[in-house]
Ligand binder design. Sequence first.
Ligand code: ZN
Length: 547
Amino acid sequence: MRSFTAIAALLAGLSLTAVAWAQDPAFDGARLSEHIRILSADDFEGRGIATPAEQKVIDYVSGQFEAAGLQPGGDNGGWTQAVALNRFSASNIQARLTVGDWTLPLAQGEQIVISSRRPGEDHVMLMDAPLVFVGYGVKAPERDWDDFKGQDMRGKILVVLVNDADFEEPALNTFGGRAMTYYGRWTYKYEEAARQGAAGVIIVHETDPASYGWTTVRNSWTGPNFDIVRANADERVPMESWIQRDVAVDLFQHAGLDFEALKVQARSRDFQPVTLEGAGMDVMFDVASQRIETHNIIGRLEGSTHPDETFLYTGHWDHIGVGTPDANGDAIFNGAIDNASGIAGLIELARVYAAGERPERSIVFIGFTAEESGLLGSEYYAANPIYPLATTVGGVNMDSANVYGRTAAFGVVGFGQSDFDERMAVIVEGQGRVIQPDGNPASGTYFRSDHFPLAKRGVPMAYAKSSGAFVEEPIAERLASRDAYTANRYHQAEDEWSADWDYSGQIQDLQVYWSLGQGLANSRDWPQWKDGSEFGPARAATAGERE
Ligand SMILES: [Zn+2]
C-alpha cells in the first residue's frame, strides 16, 4: 500500500518529473486472461444487447465488482442502469431527385442510404422538398463559423459535405488542420440539421474525408438503427441519408452548379447556403420502431472525503452478437478484444482500487451497453447521469486493449484536447515510454468510442493506449498478430480469445489509467480542456458547481 500513496502524493503535487515508476499496483495478467476467456466464450453468444446473453454479462461483471468490494452504483441501489432504446427499420423506400425534366431514381444501398430515427413517425413523405447546399453544415460559435448564416432551413433538405472545412486544405487551420473535429462527424451533421429544423439531410459520401468507403456506409445504414428514447422528437430530422459522390456531382450539374467549385467555397467563413434552383426530392418510406431495454453495469467505490465528486472508468460490454456464419461456419462474434479486454481491465481496476486505500473522491466503474449500436449506452448515461456531470472530475475509457506485449509508445486519441495529455505524459515517461498523438486523427477516432458522449457534454475523458513498436522479441510475430487482428478479426467472428496473449502492455496501460485516476481522486484538482477545444464551452457552463 505504501507505494500507492507515494505515487498518488507525487502526482497530486507539482514535482511530477520526479516520479520513479514503481511496480505497484499489481495488475494480474492471469486474471485479465480469465475474464476475457469467459466473457468471449461461445456461451456468451457475442454479447448482443437485449439477448439472453445480456443477463449473463450483467451477472458476471457485477459479481466481479461485488467480489472486489465495490458497492452497486446503478438505479435504485442496484448494479445496473436501465437504458431504453428505440430500434428503427425503414422499408418500402422510394426516392428520386428531380431538376426540371430530369429525374434520377435512387435505390437504397446503391445511390443512396435512407434512414430515420425520429420517434413517433411511422411513415415519412417529403414531396418536391427543396434542396440547399450548406457546405459542411457547421455552426461553431467558438470558431466564428456559421454555414447557415441565419437563413431559414425549416422544411428543407440539407446537402452537406463530410468532415470539416480544412480537411482538403489543412493549411487553412480553421478546424484544427487535418485532424477531424466533432463538426466533421456525420452524427454532428444530423444533430445540427435537427436544430435548424430541416426536413432531411443528405451527406455526400467521399471516401477520403469520410475515411471509409461506400460499402461501410451501406452496411451501417441499410439494417436497423438504434437511438436512445428521446422525449423531444425534434432532436431528429425525419430523413437521414448519404448519397454517393457521383450522384451529387450529377445533381449539381443539372442544377447549373459545380460541385467541386462549391466545395472550395465551403472552406470559407464567408460561405453562403446555395439553393439548388429548380431541384427537389421526393421520398416516401415506412419506419417500424420497437422499444428495447438494455443495461449499463455500474459499480462504485465511495470517496472518503468528497464522495459527490467522481472519477470514471468506462468500457463497453456489448459486442455484435450472432451474425451470418463466416467461411468456417462460425456465426458468433465473440468480441474478445473488442471489448472483453476492456471489461477485463475495468474489473482489474476495480479490484486494485478496492484493495487499496480509499480515495478521497468516488471512483465509478461503468460497463456501457450498446456501443456497437452507436455509443448509445454512454449517450444514455451522459444524458441521464447517475452522478452529476458537473462534478465528474474526468475519466478514462477503455476499448480493445493491447494483448501483444509492451510497446515503446503510448498513443493518445484526441491528443491536444485536454490537459490529460500532460498528466499522462508524466506517468508514461516514468515507464520509459513516449507519449504520442493518435496516428490518424483525420479519421475522427476520438468520436467513435464511449468517452465521447461524456466529452461532448464537457467531461474531460482520456482514450489512450499502447502504440508503436513492440520492445521485446519476437517483435515480428507480435506485429503480425496485431496487424492480423485489424485485417481479419476486427468485427468478425474470429475476434476470439487466445491462450498465447501477452498482457504486459495492457498492464502498463492500466498502471497509467490507475495513476491518473488515483492522483486526481486524492486532489482538489479539476482537469481542463485546452483553448480551442470544442468541448471547453460545455464545461465552462457548469464552472460554478465546482469548488
Ligand atoms: Zn469497441
